[in-house]
Design a protein around this ligand. Sequence first.
Ligand code: SIN
Length: 524
Amino acid sequence: MSRPLEVIVVGSGVAGMAFALRLSALAGKRGANIRILSKAAPEQSNSNAAQGGVAAVIRPSDSWEQHRDDTLAVGVGRCDKAVVERVVKEGPECIRELLRQGARFDTDERGELEAAREGGHRTARVVHRGDRTGAELVRVLHEEVSRTPGIWLDTASMALELLVEDVPEGRRCTGVQTLNLTTGTVTLEEADAVVLATGGAGQVYRHTTNPAGATGSGVAMAARAGVTLRDMAFVQFHPTALYAPDEPGTFLISEAVRGAGAVLLRHDGSRLMEGVHPMVDLAPRNVVARAIHAEMRNGGVPHVWLDTSRIGRSRFTKEFPMILEHCWSLGLDPLTGPLPVMPAAHYLCGGIRTDADGATEMPGLYALGECASSGLHGADRLASNSLLEALVIPRHAAERMAAAVPRMDKWEARKEIGRLQLMPGSLTAQALRQRLRDVMMDGVGIVRDDAGLQAAADELLVIKQHVDGLLHGGERSIELLELRDMVLVGRAICLQAMLEPCNAGAHWNTDRVQQCEPMATSQA
Ligand code: SIN
């Protein structure tokens, strides 16, 4: 009997863990050894931070066709319709499976699942657990991963590069080069298949709702290996991050708060979204973020207001306990007054191009979740479709891999090739990182123009040259290695934005025609 399938998963969020569990269940007699490598614990992933929930059709009055149409409308016709249909049709089964695995979602007094409403959805279909749904999914999947033989979770490893070999059919991914963050050991780890599930890249922007690890490492590794990146211009800004300039991070106020009735106000107390879009405060995120951006720029103000008074004290306290607690910790009280909010980078709609099974163009390489561009999101992402995608596409990736991935002829588990003397990031690296985040926010942000994009591209090139100089000069810090990825991803966003011929969804260039004609729905 041949040996087990050897698989490396990079990233320990929902997509990576859901994939590992599915593959383990499908691997059959030959089995699979699945190593999940991650810079940090699953609880620090982007998935864990997700407040809203999982979009899925759970009410008889709803239908997968309506969910599909809302997804396509927000994606402005740049979605792959077949992928959209696959994902939305499998939503209810994913929820049932999570319930079987022990997930606790909010229910009504009859014990039926509650559904919240978010932007772009014509109906309430977001299954949630208070305002900590991502954390609930991570809890369930992490527990299951911990008790599943054949899955190993290593939370102190940073993947540096993909290993790629020339084979008769072209090039094949054969593993990853990793850095142990504790010891500095650099290792070549071979595998029959590699799955990138590294999450987003929000850290390339000055203001982001993403956690510290969202530096775009998987996207950068794939690009360095020559794999195609698609739709990078489309960076979704969440309209309502809390404006708290003295805080180190940027805290999200879930869209479900507007779904429950909160409204955006100008500084004079008037409704911001009235007359802007028929869905007013629940318009697609790019529409709301641009309206706030315009108000901030025209009014010279650093934020607008989110009035939560229509929700009522008891409902707010029950449905948004984490938000309430966080606001209170900063001396803000949504139960008695409006919250100051501003847009912040939230989700990379594009990424590593894959097919509907998460397979990239490079044999042996898959990409799942936010780092991937499966064709689901198109030009903007329908709220809470990302956790759904992170549950559905991994099922198909696992099925395809279990059925079709060949074993390598000669497989060597691990080979240590050196040890880095890791040092703290230099002041220069820190300054370059800050500069990158400012350049991206100001030149490649919510509203762009040709001159600003060109200036950003020029400056990003200079930052890249400085980063390369520090690397060649011998600086070996985790901060600098992350910065190398961030610069690559930032440049990819900027350069693809410069090539976008017209405006759609999350990409808005004031020097282009106002809006694209929706394209044909398949662009696979
Ligand atoms: C939110 O709760 O507003 C974020 C959910 C999402 O981005 O899908």
